[in-house]
Design a binder for this molecule. Structure first.
Ligand code: PLP
Length: 469
């Protein structure tokens, strides 16, 4: 049988996925992301960070060049001009996520982790309260357990189940019953996993509310390629990083918080910008209202208008179109990866997470195996991808729980690593875990996003084939 060229594979792809907007994507990519092709780059790390459009940079630079902007904490004309643009950006964030300003506020933070830390350090955990979270969580959500424990709360992890790595719904329902609604209880989970791409149902928000939980949804991996409609789903807290959605600027994220939930938070300190007044001799302070109480010091004021510019760019491209495109590419990628077989019939790759596109996003996590089923170290896969100018991600992706569930590592095996006085590097951890659970202690993550085209995923499959016996 003749080996299909990229051209025939593309024709076949377009026949199989008629909803893929090839022409619109081609135009967008030539206009705003041409540097990818100019530099011969295959970018497949959208879950790590999104890519910016040239037009975002132009619009933002022009705005800065044409205005005089000062610190918004003053009230002079340059300050007022800045305040107006920053507040416009804040309102646009709420509008973009369809969050009513009557119910929600947008607090600008440094990133999603900054938003999570704000909730963690201020949530009124106490000896009778619970912090419930899924195994499948970014470390910045896991880290909240340290605040919870320090205040005497019970911390409970609810598992995800291989091979699809979806929530064990029965267990979660049982854990939700544990809350005493007369005390503060927080349930945190990701709308989309940064490990497996699984989308955990947003319906759990209301089920948890009904049992007396406040709900924190981590939308960092979900928002870049999915519509998040906060008029339909109403968690108490949502965290995200803007660079993951539209690449530029880095260093800005937000906490979108329900006003009613925000009043429960108790800030552990005050800072410039968060108070109405504070006194040295009077030894007191009054916190400002709403979002101001949570934005410490001077915010990244010159860059905040770029958030509105970025979100408007996504709106122009259309989040639904991005979503559809990502689903088509992910489906093709998964089908072609799982079909790769060595000459003796053994599979080349093992996929973590669903092998279909039902309730999943464009994050595809795999490990490579040779013809004798020996694991091929992800570090060697990454080194070879680097040589081909393919950007992917390897390791555990800051999501240890999903990795442990996926790779069959047990509590006992892991406990050995964490009883030491001295800290451990990831390399030392890999050595310590060798021979436990599966051979693999990490994986290769490929993720597609708004500028990915067929050629990118095709080139990844061609790269994967080089590992075939
Ligand atoms: C699901 C998820 N949550 C939170 C984060 C943390 O984001 P940041 O590093 O921008 O704070 C990430 C980053 O990869 C993520 O994928």
């Amino acid at each position: 049988m003749p080996i299909p060229t990229q051209e025939t594979a593309l024709a076949d792809f377009l026949r199989t996925y008629p909803t893929f907007d090839h022409t619109a994507l081609h135009a967008l990519r030539s206009r705003d992301y041409s540097r990818l092709d100019k530099l011969g780059h295959v970018y497949l790390d959208y879950t790590g960070g999104g890519l910016y459009a040239d037009s975002q940079l132009d619009t933002h630079q022009q705005l800065l060049r044409e205005g005089v902007f000062g610190n918004p904490h003053s009230s002079n004309p340059s300050s007022q001009a800045m305040t107006q643009l920053d507040e416009q950006s804040r309102h646009y964030v709420l509008e973009y996520f369809n969050a009513s300003p009557n119910d929600y506020v947008c607090i600008f933070t440094q990133n999603a982790s900054g938003a999570l830390k704000l909730v963690g350090e201020s949530y009124p955990f106490g000896p009778h309260s619970h912090y419930l979270l899924t195994f499948d969580n970014h470390n910045s959500v896991n880290g909240i357990r340290e605040f919870a424990r320090a205040k005497g709360a019970t911390v409970t992890y609810t598992p995800v189940v291989p091979p699809e790595l979806r929530l064990d719904e029965q267990k979660l329902a049982q854990f939700l019953d544990l809350a005493d609604p007369t005390y503060p209880n927080l349930f945190a989970y990701p709308a989309q996993s940064n490990f497996s791409g699984v989308q955990h149902p947003l319906e759990w928000i209301e089920r948890a509310h009904a049992k007396g939980w406040d709900v924190l949804v981590d939308a960092a991996a979900f928002a870049p390629t999915n519509r998040l409609d906060l008029s339909r789903y109403q968690p108490d807290f949502v965290c995200l990083s803007f660079y993951k959605i539209f690449g530029y600027p880095t260093g800005i994220g937000c906490l979108i918080a329900r006003k009613s939930a925000l009043t429960k938070l108790q800030r552990p300190w005050f800072a410039g910008g968060t108070i109405t007044i504070a006194s040295v001799q009077g030894d007191g302070y009054y916190l400002a209202d709403g979002e101001a109480a949570f934005e410490d010091g001077t915010i990244d004021y010159l860059n905040l208008p770029a958030v509105e510019i970025g979100l408007k760019h996504i709106t122009d491209v259309s989040i639904d179109a991005i979503h559809e495109r990502v689903i088509c590419l992910t489906d093709w990628l998964i089908k072609n990866l799982v079909n790769l077989r060595h000459s003796n019939g053994n599979p080349l790759i093992y996929l973590y997470g669903p092998a279909n596109t039902t309730m999943r996003g464009g994050t595809v996590t795999i490990n490579f195996y040779d013809a004798d089923n020996n694991w091929i170290d992800f570090r060697s896969v990454e080194a070879q991808a680097n040589e081909r100018n393919i950007s992917l991600r390897t390791g555990c992706f800051c999501n240890p729980g999903a990795g442990e569930n996926a790779l069959g590592l047990t509590k006992e095996e892991l406990a050995d690593c964490f009883g030491n006085e001295e800290s451990m590097t990831f390399e030392e951890f890999i050595r310590a875990m060798h021979g436990k659970g599966e051979d693999a202690v990490g994986a290769v993550r490929v993720s597609v996003g708004l500028a990915t085209n067929f050629s990118d995923v095709y080139q990844f499959i061609e790269f994967a084939k080089t590992f075939l016996c």
